[in-house]
Design a protein. Structure first.
Lengths: 265, 145
């Protein structure tokens, strides 16, 4: 049997789970257009379309599963928890970075009974390994570079490091990050200047810079004062729009900028 | 200030970037305001470049300067003047918006509202402004009065 094909009629046995299951009642046939690339075979990435039945309650991830399980087992993408917690399935869906497990099909259906097309691409700015799978290492390098862990000097206390509710609330927003890379790979500055730390690294620095228990704020502010630090941010707000956790990313970056300007002498 | 080169060395030595050719990123309103800011900024820069050159002509010879200025008196340049005012006005207004985003703690929250406000101000200034700037050209071209 030959490998994947774009023709819907041939989509029977090349998936990883055998024959297609019966189409559920109320399902609508949608076109899933995927940016595919296999570095061992393809000289360039290309678009491939699949016809997939979709329920309004399906997530985009369900459609990808359908393609992989029943139509083309070679489709490669990341997903772990599939419930918006692990942050593995960040991808560019209809031109914006989203988690495939958090986008509902009912929000993507075209009106007036028109054919719905869902375009899915790998997130931009990171090297593509295969299909929707990108090399996350540059992203995690930037994350590690801002020292995203508690730094405290002196003797360790014999009990918990206490903190007031107000002090905890100061950095609450940036504790929500799941490191999915939606923000960093939505940033026009990051696309063209990969040495920029990127929104996610700054968010995770913010989480400790404004933590009253932490004593490493000066170190991190020095790191982010670098030419590739917060000053590269052009406040395009793509990161804030992309964050699946609703973190006010641009606000966090601006707070770090203002800390650099006004808090230090 | 402590050296940060060690911490950032890994980040800068990043492997090649992803392959392009995908569809355009459907970015936030803030992204498009930034794109426009860049375009109007570059356009204004090129105007200033030409403007410095033509004004410098007056030191070469006042007659040459007069002839250069005479060249500008045509409908196309008149339209470009309107475009220049529009570009400078947008760049100035959005510049104020960006400064508010930078320095006002609630700036990030109201960035969209501020964008639509500057669009409103731009229209309020440009609609009568364009009328008065183009009035003479239009009457010269199509007659009237």
């Amino acid at each position: 049997m030959t490998a994947s094909t774009t023709s819907p009629t041939d989509q029977t046995t090349s998936g990883s789970r055998g024959t297609t299951p019966p189409v559920p009642e109320g399902a609508v046939a949608v076109t899933v257009k995927i940016r595919r690339f296999n570095p061992e075979v393809d000289p360039e990435p290309y678009w491939q379309s699949f016809e997939v039945p979709a329920l309004p309650t399906d997530r985009v991830l369900n459609l990808l599963h359908y393609v992989k399980w029943y139509l083309d087992g070679t489709l490669t993408f990341r997903r772990s928890c599939a419930h918006g917690i692990c942050g593995s399935d960040a991808m560019k869906i209809n031109g914006v970075n989203r988690l495939a497990c958090k986008v509902l099909m009912k929000d993507l259906f075209a009106g007036d009974g028109k054919q719905t097309t869902v375009t899915i691409e790998p997130i931009k700015g990171l090297p593509v390994h295969k299909d929707l799978l990108v090399d996350m290492e540059p992203f995690f390098e930037a994350f590690r570079a801002v020292k995203p862990y508690l730094i405290a000097y002196g003797n360790e206390p014999t009990r918990e490091r206490l903190q007031s509710q107000a002090d905890r609330a100061r950095f609450d927003d940036t504790t929500k990050c799941i490191l999915c890379a939606c923000c960093t790979t939505s940033c026009p500055v990051y696309w063209t200047e990969g040495s920029y730390f990127g929104p996610a690294a700054i968010v995770n620095a913010h989480r400790f810079i404004f933590d009253s228990r932490d004593e490493g704020a000066e170190e991190r502010l020095d790191i982010l004062n670098d030419v590739d630090g917060v000053w590269r941010c052009r406040t395009t707000f793509n990161c804030t729009d992309a964050c699946p956790r609703g973190i006010q990313v641009t606000k966090a970056i601006q707070e770090v900028k203002r800390a650099l300007l006004f808090r230090r002498t | 200030m402590a050296s940060t080169s060690a911490a950032t060395a890994d980040v800068t030595e990043r492997a090649g970037s992803s392959r392009g050719g995908g569809r355009l990123y459907r970015g936030d309103l803030g992204m498009w305001s930034w794109v426009l800011h860049r375009i109007t900024g570059v356009a204004t820069f090129f105007f200033l470049f030409v403007h410095v050159l033509d004004t410098a002509l007056v030191r070469v010879s006042p007659n040459a300067y007069d002839r250069a200025i005479e060249l500008y008196k045509n409908p196309v340049v008149n339209l470009m003047e309107v475009g220049l005012v529009g570009a400078v006005l947008y760049h100035a207004l959005n510049g104020v918006r960006v400064m508010l985003v930078d320095f006002w703690s609630k700036g990030t929250k109201y960035q969209r509202g501020m964008f639509w406000t500057i669009v409103g101000v731009w229209l309020v200034v440009m609609i009568p402004g364009a009328y008065f700037m183009l009035q003479r050209t239009i009457t010269d071209l199509f007659g009237g009065n």
